[in-house]
Design a protein around this ligand. Structure first.
Ligand code: GCO
Length: 455
């Protein structure tokens, strides 16, 4: 069974829910800039209003309480704290005060905050000033400074997350260009990934040495990861490809933190496009997790790619498929083309992480699904989201099995997401919320059937 202090909660992110992009001195982020480029966002939208959560903190806390949440994972908008982002730039007290009040209100409501410092919304000024995440010298220092300000300003917070899914800052942001800041390169993603790891390590060291006041305070990074099965289980090349995909997607960041360096498969394929840790950088990164934050949604069948000759480096030169050689499908379609439910993959991924990293304390920091065509349904049908109810039932059952039978050390589970929100390049076309947000009628919130099925 799950531990009695298991943290059941919901997750969101600043740019996806807050809105109020010009309020209280907030500076522009790279996502404000990116959304303004025609064609980048499916419905031409942005986070300018989103769910208006910046102005509805009391309403969102009441929603969390009504759903029985013990915890709430949300992110802080760096450019509300330091509008220009840098360690020598002014701090915006109005921004700090907003989050300090929100934390007090959450604690007053008996809800434990899990705070993500960086959920992709880098201050635009840092991107312009020195290339943002690409700058190995400047970015880690500016992130460390921002983190220190938050550790100092929010001393009641005991659960900190440095980065959400560094892979999604690196690959869509600097490889395919489908996320902010929209750069396309076959080498920059690994520079960005390296700098994010070093920035993470610096912030963790500062927290542990100067701000961690109680034994139950903790800090970690959140990594995404899909589980993989060989397309042809009798083919050694596919079995190796399935493992390689896990290494390129998850071990990319987890191996340096838990094992001290990047996976050999990445070094083999990427060569010197994959940076080498200096001794100082390695000292920051190795051992820099108190817990493993795990975002998980889907699984894939993996086939070793023999053509085209050019390797697809972002996933380790493999094909990610939803059908295997026998034509078996891994799971039903959803609104998101990359997402197919496979609860077995959730259990297997929890076991893979645990075996590779010696059974770390794990928080499932995101798990959830969109629903094919949900957005086109009338509101009363959207609220009857049986597909999502089944997803959560299946996945939570798989998690309980992994804890009970496989000895996996899971301490919390956060459903993605508390409410429908701005789904990045999909805009508002795709819904992940357990709460329907009526964007056309003042962002009113309506809990769906899944919201009441979770806790
Ligand atoms: C992610 C992000 C979330 C997404 C969610 C659905 O994991 O990609 O953390 O912001 O909205 O995963 O795609």
């Amino acid at each position: 069974m799950l531990p009695k202090d298991f943290q059941w909660g919901f997750a969101t992110a600043a740019y996806q829910i807050e809105g109020a992009i010009d309020k209280d001195g907030r500076g522009p982020s790279i996502w404000d800039t990116f959304c303004a480029i025609p064609g980048k966002i499916a419905d031409g939208s942005s986070g300018v209003t989103a769910c208006d959560s910046y102005n509805r903190t009391a309403e969102d806390i009441a929603l969390l309480k009504s759903l029985g949440a013990k915890s709430y994972r949300f992110s802080i908008s760096w450019s509300r704290i330091i509008p220009k982002g840098g360690r020598n730039d002014p701090v915006n007290k109005a921004g700090v005060n907003h989050y300090a009040q929100f934390v007090d209100d959450l604690l007053e409501a008996g809800i434990t905050p899990f705070i993500t410092l960086f959920h992709w919304d880098l201050p635009e000024e840092l991107h312009q000033r020195y290339g943002g995440l690409l700058n190995r010298e400047e970015f880690p220092l500016d992130f460390e400074n921002y983190a220190r300000i938050m550790f100092q300003s929010l001393p009641k917070v005991k659960n900190w997350i440095t980065f959400n899914e560094p892979l999604c800052s690196a690959i869509p942001g600097y490889g395919s260009g489908t996320f902010a800041p929209g750069r396309q390169s076959t080498s920059e993603p690994w520079t960005v990934g390296h700098n994010l790891l070093v920035a993470h390590g610096r912030a963790v060291k500062a927290y542990r040495e100067e701000f961690k006041t109680t034994s139950d305070s903790q800090i970690g990074i959140v990594l995404n990861g899909d589980f993989t099965y060989p397309w042809d289980s009798s083919d050694p090349a596919d079995r190796e490809a399935a493992e390689r995909r896990l290494e390129f997607f998850t071990a990319w960041f987890a191996d340096p933190i838990y094992l001290g360096d990047y996976p050999a498969s990445m070094r083999r394929q990427l060569g010197d496009r994959l940076p080498t840790f200096t001794a100082e950088e390695k000292a920051f990164v190795l051992g820099s997790n108190d817990f493993y934050g795990m975002n998980h949604y889907t699984s894939n069948y993996i086939r070793h790619r023999t053509s085209p000759a050019t390797a697809d480096d972002t996933v380790g030169n493999v094909d990610c498929l939803f059908y295997n050689k026998q034509g078996q499908c891994i799971g039903p379609e959803t609104q998101s083309p990359w997402l197919r439910p496979c609860a077995t993959g959730f259990r297997d991924f929890l076991v893979w992480i645990s075996k590779r990293y010696n059974y770390p304390r794990i928080y499932v920091t995101e798990n959830g699904t969109s629903i094919k065509g949900e957005n086109d349904l009338p509101k009363e049908k959207i609220l009857e989201d049986d597909f999502r109810v089944k997803y959560y039932n299946d996945y939570i059952r798989a998690m309980v099995t992994a804890v009970t039978l496989d000895g996996v050390n899971v301490k919390g589970y956060f459903a993605w997401s508390l409410m429908d929100n701005f789904e990045w390049a999909d805009g508002y076309v795709t819904r992940f919320g357990v709460t329907f947000v009526d964007y056309e009628n003042g962002q009113q919130r309506f809990p769906k059937k899944s919201a009441k099925s979770l806790i």
